[in-house]
Ligand binder design. Structure first.
Ligand code: 5GP
Length: 125
């Protein structure tokens, strides 16, 4: 079920539990601000989720309320993950679903990073 972009942070969401290592994940990156791990249901040869360590529900609350250092740290982490995965030269796609119309399913901000093949047009029409 999709979730609203705004509202109180739910500490029991699946990515909060992955951050606390209560649920296993295949991590590919971590630093002070973010972790990245393989999506459980990949939509491309490489499909990684990058999430901030902080308790941010979506792009909506993160962009308006997060401290500057967390925003900078997270954006740099997304770039570092792509670089580490060797995707800068062939290219990659970033996608962040925010709220109901975008069908955001997990109420912890995450950026999808897709790569590993030519990805075609942006949205299915
Ligand atoms: P959203 O629709 O919220 O943008 O995307 C949520 C993503 O999280 C989906 O691509 C889904 O496959 C992924 N996902 C959901 N549960 C888990 C999980 O337990 N582990 C991992 N690695 N990915 C998950």
């Amino acid at each position: 079920m999709p979730v609203a972009a705004l509202g109180p942070y739910d500490d029991s969401n699946i990515f909060a539990r992955i951050l606390r290592d209560e649920i296993p994940s295949r991590r590919v990156y971590e630093d002070d601000f973010a972790i990245a791990f393989h999506d459980i249901n990949p939509q491309a040869p490489l499909h990684v989720l990058v999430i901030p360590r902080g308790p941010w529900r979506s792009w909506a609350d993160f962009s308006s309320a997060a401290p500057d250092a967390e925003i900078v740290g997270f954006i740099r982490a997304v770039g570092a993950v792509a670089r580490q995965l060797g995707l800068e030269e062939p290219g990659y796609r970033l996608l962040a679903n925010a709220g109901l119309d975008a069908h955001q399913e997990v109420p912890h901000l995450h950026v999808h990073l897709f790569g590993g093949r030519p990805l075609g047009p942006m949205l299915v029409r």
